[in-house]
Design a binder for this molecule. Structure first.
Ligand SMILES: C[S@@+](CC[C@H](N)C(=O)[O-])C[C@H]1O[C@@H](n2cnc3c(N)ncnc32)[C@H](O)[C@@H]1O
Length: 226
């Protein structure tokens, strides 16, 4: 099949399935499966390619699995993060936290950063990447998330500046930090059963459920910070 036809087929099928960023997702499937760059996709439309692996990813995607879960990887703030069953798939919306921190700390970068509910470690590691003199601590209740975040720090060559440990928000942490960040679970318990399939079936409940009004984790975090 010609590359341009495959790209059109992927985009159309994703769009028909109601996937908003159909063109971007089609591109990601082709870039990942055929090991092509964006420039290749534009310049090599007439190239003959084997559609089978892209087609198989397409079927998984339209049956409710995100591309992040299919590939076990997600880009966040320009860095690649490995996912595991215990980690939330990083969301593009969360990148705003990094933008805000970079803006607030433009003149005087933080030296120490605490990330509560670190998951893949995406927030802490993106901040450490932005503030190369800083070091940080990431806490998560899920042991699997802590292990994944440690692996991500190693992969991104930041393990000398990032420590990850299991814990209950900031309980037992006595060190003071220049910057404390968190993207806690905030979804009302009652809404979880009607979340999109790709969220409900693949993101861990510990990363989603914020209690009856979605505020449980916020209250506990403020309490644990003392
Ligand atoms: C919404 S996810 C955010 C993950 C990651 N920071 C991100 O933005 O992609 C919330 C995280 O809080 C963790 N968590 C839930 N309860 C916790 C607790 N009591 N103490 C520490 N972490 C907790 C979950 O395991 C999950 O990784």
């Amino acid at each position: 099949m010609k590359l341009s036809h495959l790209q059109k087929h992927l985009t159309q099928t994703l769009a028909d399935a109601g996937i908003e960023a159909a063109d971007q997702e089609a591109r990601l499937i082709l870039e990942t499966r055929l090991e092509l760059s964006w420039a290749d996709l534009i310049s090599q439309g007439d190239r003959e390619v084997d559609p089978s692996s892209a087609e198989s990813d397409l079927q998984k995607r339209i049956s409710g699995m995100s591309l992040g879960r299919i590939y076990g990887q997600k880009n966040f703030y320009g860095l690649d993060f490995t996912l595991s069953p215990d980690t939330l798939e990083p969301r593009a919306d969360t990148e705003i936290l990094i933008d805000i921190a970079r803006h607030i700390y433009k003149e005087k970068p933080p030296e120490t950063i605490l990330d509560l509910g670190t998951g893949t470690g995406c927030i802490l590691l993106a901040l450490l990447h932005s503030f190369p003199q800083a070091r940080g601590l990431g806490i998560d209740k899920a042991a699997g998330a802590v292990a994944t975040a440690q692996q991500n720090a190693l992969n991104l060559k930041m393990s000398a500046r990032a420590v990850f440990q299991q814990g209950d928000w900031a309980s037992g942490i006595t060190e003071r930090f220049d910057l404390v960040v968190s993207n806690p679970p905030y979804i009302d318990s009652g809404v979880i059963p009607v979340l999109a399939e790709e969220v409900r079936n693949h993101d861990p409940i510990l990363a989603l459920d914020g209690g009856i009004d979605g505020m449980d984790a916020y209250e506990k975090i403020f309490h644990s910070l003392g």
